[in-house]
Design a protein around this ligand. Structure first.
Ligand SMILES: Nc1ncnc2c1ncn2[C@@H]1O[C@H](COP(=O)(O)OP(=O)(O)OP(=O)(O)O)[C@@H](O)[C@H]1O
Length: 895
């Protein structure tokens, strides 16, 4: 394999040179790029769309991510000092505008989507055929390739299926490659380079052809996502074009049913038994469907999927929520909140249905997806309880008496840590206290190394704690009930403890900044999420899950959470800064957009280890893709972005099997019997069972691993179609096929094929979870326990034109002269100026009550130190010379 490795890289370089020359000679300008970009433009994520359209954009464009923040602040101020009532008055006003914006944005997106379609279908662009022969790399390439339509290229059967016996044949042939394709098959995408230069699923990068750089913005319409982060990390990667994460109801079922062409004959025979959800169309239809023309379109953007999802959740609530049955249908939300119902029959049904969007995710006791997929009574009961309790809290906040609140136990409640004496009564404030400041203390007084703010706002002055307190770091009562409380203590920092260095990236509801902690000079990635946006977009529960997973995890390949806290308007997750950024970006910086098999094995084994760990904890990740894999400065991977993950209910204790030499842990048992039914994931990575809507299990993560390995090797994903429907159809129907690439071993193809088994009960990983995957011959030589000691293939380094903080500051001055940046700066300033809200200050009625404010114990802090290293700036990736010189990957892998 090492030989392959070397040869592979060499050959690719060669091909690239040819390709460039070829492009200059013959290539129609921006031909294939344009086609692909157009088809991508139909599938923009919400955030891209949002950033791209400045008009009608109430819910936060790149220019104004949190438009409500200031106005709501003002109204809070006017409404008096009562934090809770101001919070709810804010929710109330925000909610009304939220509805409008939702409709407006849905409308916009559908329009764009349709426009995108027509442009796409009318394009007749050409694509250059790859140069070298697929069959024999040594054979001379034709001097010039004819151009054929891209569509044909994409559909030409140049992919070669490996059959069931391929793996066996490999052995019987002594490992020598078998050429499966005929010369008539069109050239390989992966190997020849030319054909794969801009693969369907990969961004258009300008490096190969100067024509691509010609500012053809029309060909890259969805570069908006990171528009606002022009000074940030993401702007380094302005060409990313993959469709975003899908977080919504299943459009296949909601709007189209399952098309028969998407079914295998076997599936057709089984019919409705296989797809019980096919009848769920009406249930999933949205309250906003009147204004949502997406229902008419077959090509749904990810934007529309997002919208559907939120409404779906609302629908589930309103269907099940006895509270709404008690309210006359013509009472509007506004009136309900005001406590003075008036009749307005024209508005009430929609508003009443929308109302539970405030409820959703109110606490993490309520599982996403409702998790009552089975429609069992228990699930329904849970919804009712949940809704009632929220109703209680809302009405309470308006000074009305309400139903007694039913508190559902926390998901991962744990016993008090270590049985050690905890805190003195004075430092354990009553949980009934809501608006009162918590009993607090001055952290520096007790020598915990915390960063009390000079203003005293963070840590109000109180008498020093008794000596008993020193024995155990202070933890709020709430924190003490958490399984992760052993490694966390009460929050030691606040927004003001950090100084922004630059924007790293921007998601749906928040921004991620590179920050420096003023006191310690440590650098972190600080994710700041707008509470308003989360409420509007129904994402409260997701952020609670994300915090739970980050806090619970303690694994070298999962990003470390150092602090989490909240202020009145924002939630903050302070994480380890992964200076290498997204693995996706690292892949894109490769000339070939892919890596060799040994390198892919490296990343696949680290991802497998991370998934194994998550599964052991009962979590299903559900959104594996190169964008969510960050690269640590060491070059090792770090999984991030857990907002789509879910924890299996009643997760079980793992079973260890095997001898001391080969210990295998059955991770499947950890979430056995747990099925969830959300339609989440990333389009090209979604597993068939998710599309079918029959519920899915941890096996979805093994499917996504298969796609990931494929993408690492070939630079594109295996089922990508021209639009969402086509992609889903391919996922359901097509067997995985491989470019005719002899450099990829049969064992590797076999792994991919087994991971991409459509029937989840036959998929690799279905018996013992990660143990099955680790046992596959592809990983035979991997020393699992020494993964962290491997030399990574790519090392992120600061490139020459990296900039330092001083330079950044002067850039900032230039930018602030422009209004747009001024506005952004103000918002960001707020993010770093707000006062932290302690756990005990956040009332139980607050939607964010279950978000814990806490700091990792000091001894666990391995974050980078500002200024010590080249820890910030523009990053490039260098092949690890150690690894190739010493063939360390070979020595590392078992022989
Ligand atoms: N720990 C980190 N170190 C370096 N960069 C990070 C880190 N966390 C996030 N980023 C950058 O910020 C971007 C946005 O982060 P993230 O995906 O977690 O936000 P999000 O709001 O959850 O986005 P999404 O809507 O895609 O879920 C990432 O794509 C990545 O580039």
């Amino acid at each position: 394999m090492a030989g392959h490795h070397h040869e592979h890289g060499h050959e690719l370089q060669h091909v690239h040179e040819q390709e460039h020359e070829h492009d200059l000679l013959q290539r129609p300008p921006t031909g294939s790029e344009r086609t692909r970009s157009i088809s991508f433009s139909k599938l923009l994520t919400r955030s891209w769309k949002r950033s791209g359209s400045s008009s009608n954009n109430v819910s936060g464009s790149s220019v104004n991510l949190y438009p409500d923040a200031e106005t709501s602040k003002e109204s809070d101020h006017n409404s008096g000092s009562d934090g809770q009532s101001s919070r709810f008055s804010k929710l109330k006003s925000m909610f009304q505008s939220g509805n409008n914006s939702k409709n407006a944005s849905a409308h916009n997106s559908s329009q764009s989507s349709l426009e995108g379609d027509s442009t796409s279908s009318s394009s007749k662009l050409k694509y250059v055929k790859p140069i070298s022969s697929p069959v024999n790399a040594a054979s001379p390439s034709p001097p010039l390739s004819p151009t054929i339509p891209e569509k044909d290229i994409l559909q030409t059967p140049r992919m070669v299926h490996i059959d069931e016996h391929e793996h066996e044949r490999e052995h019987s042939c002594g490992g020598s490659p078998i050429l499966l394709s005929s010369p008539s098959l069109s050239p390989t995408i992966a190997r020849a380079g030319t054909g794969r230069k801009r693969s369907p699923s990969t961004p258009i990068m300008p490096s190969h052809n100067s024509k691509d750089n010609s500012g053809n913005s029309a060909a890259r319409p969805n570069n908006h996502r990171h528009h606002s982060s022009s000074q940030g990390f993401s702007s380094n990667n302005p060409f990313r074009e993959r469709n975003g994460t899908v977080r919504g109801s299943n459009p296949y079922f909601a709007y189209q049913g399952l098309p028969t062409h998407a079914l295998s004959s076997h599936e057709l025979e089984e019919g409705s038994q296989l797809y019980p959800n096919a009848g769920a169309i009406h249930f999933l239809s949205t309250p906003t469907s009147k204004t949502n023309s997406l229902t008419n379109g077959r090509n749904l953007s990810n934007l529309s999927l997002n919208e559907i999802k939120e409404n779906e959740e609302m629908q589930q609530f309103s269907n099940e929520d006895s509270f709404f049955h008690d309210i006359p249908k013509d009472v509007s939300l506004k009136d309900t909140l005001n406590g003075s119902p008036t009749r307005d029959s024209s508005k009430s049904p929609e508003i009443a249905q929308s109302f539970p969007s405030i409820v959703v995710g109110y606490s993490n006791e309520f599982d996403e997806d409702s998790d009552n997929e089975d429609g069992n009574e228990e699930g329904e009961q849970e919804i009712k309880t949940k809704s009632k309790s929220k109703h209680t809290s809302l009405t309470k906040s308006n000074g009305k008496s309400a139903h007694p609140r039913t508190k559902v136990p926390l998901r991962r409640a744990a016993s008090e840590p270590n049985g050690l004496p905890l805190v003195s009564p004075a430092s354990a404030p009553s949980s009934t206290s809501t608006t009162k400041k918590p009993d607090s203390f001055k952290i520096n007084d007790i020598g915990l190394g915390g960063s009390a703010h000079p203003s005293g706002l963070l840590f109000p002055q109180e008498p020093p704690p008794k000596i008993l307190d020193l024995q155990e770091p202070r933890r709020s009562r709430r924190l003490r009930t958490k399984s992760f409380s052993n490694k966390f203590q009460d929050i030691m920092v606040g927004p003001q403890s950090f100084e922004k260095i630059r924007l790293l990236g921007q998601g749906d509801v928040g921004k991620v900044f590179l920050v420096r902690e003023k006191k310690t000079n440590r650098v972190y990635a600080l994710k700041v999420l707008s509470k308003d946006e989360m409420i509007k977009r129904n994402k409260i529960k997701r952020v609670l899950t994300e915090q739970e997973i980050l806090a619970t995890s303690n694994h070298p390949f999962i990003v470390t959470l150092y602090h989490s806290f909240q202020s009145e308007d924002y939630l903050y997750l302070c994480m380890e800064y992964c200076m290498g950024g997204e693995f996706f970006r690292a892949l894109q910086t490769r000339e070939t957009k892919c890596i060799c098999e040994d390198d892919a094995k490296f990343y696949a084994s680290e991802v497998t280890a991370a998934l194994e760990y998550l599964h052991l904890l009962g979590f299903i990740y559900r959104d594996l893709k190169p964008e969510n894999i960050l690269l640590h400065q060491s070059g090792h991977i770090m999984l991030s972005d857990f907002d789509l993950s879910i924890q299996a209910k009643d997760s079980k204790i793992p079973v260890v099997k095997g001898s001391a030499q080969s210990t295998l842990v059955d991770t499947k048992i950890c979430s056995d019997g747990f099925r969830t039914n959300s339609f989440v994931g990333t389009e090209e990575y979604i597993a068939p069972e998710v599309i079918r809507g029959n519920g899915h299990t941890a096996a979805v993560d093994w499917w996504t691993l298969g796609i990931l390995v494929y993408e690492m090797l070939f630079g594109f994903t295996p089922f990508k179609g021209d639009n969402t429907n086509e992609t889903f159809t391919n996922i359901l129907k097509n067997e995985v096929s491989f470019p005719n690439n002899n450099e990829i071993s049969r064992t590797c193809k076999d792994l991919i094929k087994k991971l991409l088994t459509k029937n989840e009960s036959k998929r690799l990983g279905c018996k013992m979870g990660a143990a099955d995957v680790k046992k596959h011959p592809f990983f035979k030589k991997v020393q699992w326990s020494l993964l962290r000691n491997q030399e990574p293939p790519l090392i992120p380094v600061l490139s020459e034109d990296g900039y330092d903080f001083a330079k950044l500051s002067s850039n900032k001055k230039r930018q602030t002269s422009q209004d747009i940046h001024k506005h952004l700066d103000e918002q960001e300033k707020n993010m770093f100026e707000e006062r932290v809200e302690y756990d005990d200050e956040v009332s139980e009625d607050d939607p964010f009550h279950d978000f814990n404010s806490m700091s990792l114990m000091e001894q666990d802090n391995n974050s980078m130190i500002y200024g010590n290293t080249n820890s910030y700036g523009k990053i490039a990736y260098t092949p690890n010379s150690n690894r190739s010189r010493s063939n360390s990957h070979r020595t590392f892998f078992k022989r």
